[in-house]
Design a protein around this ligand. Structure first.
Ligand code: GDG
Length: 736
């Protein structure tokens, strides 16, 4: 498979627009993502062996473009630029509102800062639609669409709806929170976000933890099965995985020795006059833990007076959102705390904190990274934190020590840093002391390991990895789709059906003819489906068999007056049309006495589960329980039951869709089906089912049978359909 062109969608375009006399000029920023994308595109062109390099398409918003210029075409040597126009009012509700007043604080574990406003969500949807509208105008077959970050969580699904076979990757740059936080979102928003993201083929996060949180949220929100980071949605496989973003290591490393940086370093050294330097740089934001960092530094000054006059802390805060009350207050608090600490500890010759509220030039930043003895990076939450990696890359002239918060995604990779809890001021104070006192050998060993790691998994390796994994999941989807019933196969089945003179159709009930309901008794058959079954059953060439794990009464109620054969309790009972129920076996059910108390115990040990007792079996349903917790209890329950099976061999365990059933071991759906076909000749056989219990049915079928598994799971069946409505379409085609 070839990806021929890269299409990036991110909230902000990495271009500055300069107004010229007759239009605008777009100047490219030199951020890590831009470099990575350029390298990735080169790789695309190499893989695809293209003579002419195709340009990368980049869609995003711009600040200073006049409205009438949005329809113009902007391009440079590498990019086709698609400016997305989000009118100011909409942007305030979308970006200022849903993104930054809700998702940002919530996903960074500040629920009390989150603002829940219905207008915000509507604006969020509208803005994502605007992105989608612009993108579908330019997307071509063979494109690889890469959507970035929390401003565009709904976009993958929107694109998928318009272009079903598009290749879409999504990467989240901020943390994905645990379900306990995520569930604070109103249910429709939660569902929209999860389904929006699942529109992608591959979903990337910075860490394994964020990936696991996401998977848990998927399970809780949609009920989809997930195995080894693969999510089995109703119509395709989606992979979620960790891709810790890297930096352009060489760019930072080599910059330390460039002339301008050397000049900056000289100026800083003159200013320092031999004092040790602690450095931090962050955007003004509550997630960065600025006040707690000051508290930790103050504790250090208190506990270790020998360092007074010998160390300065250069705290750089990059201006951000300071027109908003919350940020304004935070800035004032920071400045008053700095004033207090400086007031308390300063002397004529020494100020313990040098505070700058401004941006640095690239050269100033590199000089400070290299010269500082301690990098103090202590966010309360951070998706990754690139500053930590850049700091490590820039330790050349003066080898320093990184103190890093365990709450930053980067902590997972930079384990040789001094890892601290940002809320523990004593731990932070001691870490500063240890860093300042650390021997050169230890510093070097720690640095070398971290430098090796981040220089090899750099931003280029990161983007290639993402690209390759997208390719892999696409391949896996292809393998699955070979088994799907497509138009050609369904036409062939239909033709064979029409030509046959004697047919038998075995149809499972739950998940096959009806979708699942929270409570089994509410999963009743709908009128349209029943009409299809009735029409099939009227045809004298047909024998229709409803073959289910349900009890006799339920099936009879659903198919009253319909000319079908009913098989209840997985084959224990059979009722031919117009006849009475018959038991297929005689079995002793004494095992129930031993099993029932165990299942009752598991109902109380796992909230949301319940028992359904039938004549020949007992089922433990866990559809309504927390899926991970239920899985744990399921393992334990299997063990407990295995213990009894060792002594009593007359029952077996059957696992269906979110249900464990204990039944006598002497019958199954396969045997029931065989008994119904005995001594009869059929030239058309179809068997459809959705779970493990139907595998017995598939296994028992002769070669000529069309066996169909509803859903995406691997199966003995010859074919899959993605959901029960696709199966109904096939059945309907027989009578049409
Ligand atoms: C998101 C996630 C995740 C900072 N101050 C100056 C300056 N910077 C540059 C740094 C660094 C970047 O800004 C900040 O790095 P972050 O990691 O905080 O990145 P963000 O884009 O803000 O945040 C974050 C990241 O995405 C990547 O996935 O790590 O967790 O929140 O590159 O060098 N650059 C210059 N002057 C400054 O004053 N020149």
């Amino acid at each position: 498979m070839h990806f021929e062109r890269l299409v990036i969608a991110a909230y902000r375009l990495p271009f500055k627009f300069t107004k010229l006399k007759n239009g605008y000029k777009a100047v490219q920023n030199s951020g890590g993502l831009v470099s990575a994308i350029l390298a990735l595109s080169e790789n695309f062109n190499k893989i695809n062996n293209q003579a002419v390099n195709s340009k990368i398409v980049w869609a995003g918003t711009v600040d200073n473009l006049a409205e009438d210029s949005f329809s113009k075409k902007f391009e440079n040597d590498f990019f086709d630029i698609i400016p997305v126009n989000i009118p100011q009012k909409l942007n305030d509700l979308y970006y200022g509102g849903f993104c930054n007043d809700l998702i940002w604080p919530l996903f960074h574990y500040f629920p009390s800062y989150s603002v829940f406003n219905n207008d915000y969500f509507k604006a969020y949807e509208d803005a994502n639609v605007k992105f989608c509208d612009e993108l579908v105008k330019v997307i071509k077959p063979g494109d690889f669409i890469w959507v970035h970050d929390y401003q565009l969580l709904l976009l993958p699904e929107m694109i998928r709806k318009k272009i079903p076979d598009a290749t879409i990757g999504f990467f989240l740059h901020i943390p994905f929170p645990s379900y306990e936080i995520f569930r604070l979102l109103p249910r429709p928003w939660r569902e929209a976000i999860i389904n929006g993201m699942l529109g992608a083929d591959l979903i990337g996060f910075h860490t394994h933890d964020y990936t696991q949180h996401f998977i848990k949220c998927v399970k809780r929100t949609t009920g989809f099965e997930c195995r080894q980071n693969i999510i089995y949605t109703s119509n395709k496989l989606v992979k979620a995985d960790a891709f810790p973003i890297g930096i352009d290591y060489e760019k930072f490393h080599s910059a330390c020795l460039n002339k301008k940086v050397l000049n900056e370093k000289r100026k800083i050294k003159e200013h320092l006059s031999g004092q040790k330097l602690i450095f931090s740089v962050d955007r003004l934001d509550y997630s960065k833990g600025l006040l707690l960092r000051l508290k930790g530094y103050e504790t250090f000054l208190e506990k270790f007076p020998k360092w007074h006059s010998k160390v300065v802390f250069n705290m750089v805060v990059i201006p951000s959102r300071d027109n908003i009350e919350k940020y304004k207050d935070m800035k004032m608090e920071i400045e008053s705390m700095i004033g207090r600490i400086n007031g308390k500890y300063s002397s004529l010759a020494w100020r313990p904190i040098i505070y700058q509220y401004k941006s640095l030039t690239f050269n100033e930043l590199i000089a400070l990274y290299d010269l500082s003895d301690v990098g103090l990076i202590t966010p309360l939450r951070d998706g990754m934190n690139l500053v930590a990696k850049e700091y490590i890359a820039c330790q050349i002239e003066n080898k320093g020590v990184l103190i890093l918060s365990e709450m930053a995604g980067a902590a997972a990779e930079l384990s040789e840093a001094l890892i601290i809890n940002p809320a523990d001021n004593i731990e932070m104070a001691e870490a500063i002391f240890n860093a300042l006192e650390m021997k050169a050998v230890e510093k070097n060993t720690r640095l070398e390991r971290m430098q090796n790691r981040i220089s090899s998994y750099n931003v280029f390796a990161w983007s290639f990895d993402f690209f390759n994994q997208t390719h892999d999941i696409k391949e896996q989807q292809k393998i699955m789709s070979v088994r799907y019933i497509n138009k050609i196969i369904s036409d062939k089945i239909d033709l064979n059906y029409q030509n046959a003179v004697s047919r038998i159709l075995f149809l499972d009930y739950d998940g096959t003819l009806v979708s699942f309901n929270k409570y089994p008794e509410l999963a009743t058959i709908d009128r349209n489906t029943l009409e299809i079954i009735k029409k099939l059953a009227i045809d004298s060439k047909n024998q229709i068999v409803i073959i289910s794990g349900r009890d006799r009464e339920f099936l009879e109620r659903q198919f009253k007056h319909v000319n079908v054969t009913l098989v209840a309790e997985h084959g224990y009972f059979i009722k031919k049309a117009g006849e009475n129920w018959e038991a297929t076996i005689t079995t002793d059910l004494l095992w129930k006495e031993a099993v029932m108390p165990i299942l009752i115990e598991y109902v109380s040990r796992c909230n949301g589960t319940f028992i359904e007792e039938k004549t020949g079996s007992i089922a433990w349903h866990f559809r309504n329980a927390d899926s991970d917790f239920a899985q744990l209890r399921l393992h334990e329950l299997r063990d407990d039951l295995a213990e009894i099976i060792r002594h009593k061999t007359d029952f077996e365990i059957l696992e269906g869709n979110k249900v464990l059933e204990v039944k006598s071991g002497k019958y199954d759906k396969g045997q029931a089906a065989i008994s119904l076909m005995k001594d009869l000749h059929f030239d058309f056989i179809l068997a459809a089912g959705d779970d493990k219990t139907d595998e017995f049915l598939f296994k028992a079928m002769p070669d000529l049978a069309y066996t169909i598994r509803v859903g995406l799971s691997p199966s003995l069946a010859k074919y899959n359909v993605s959901n029960f409505s696709n199966l109904l379409m096939l059945l309907k085609s027989f009578i049409d």
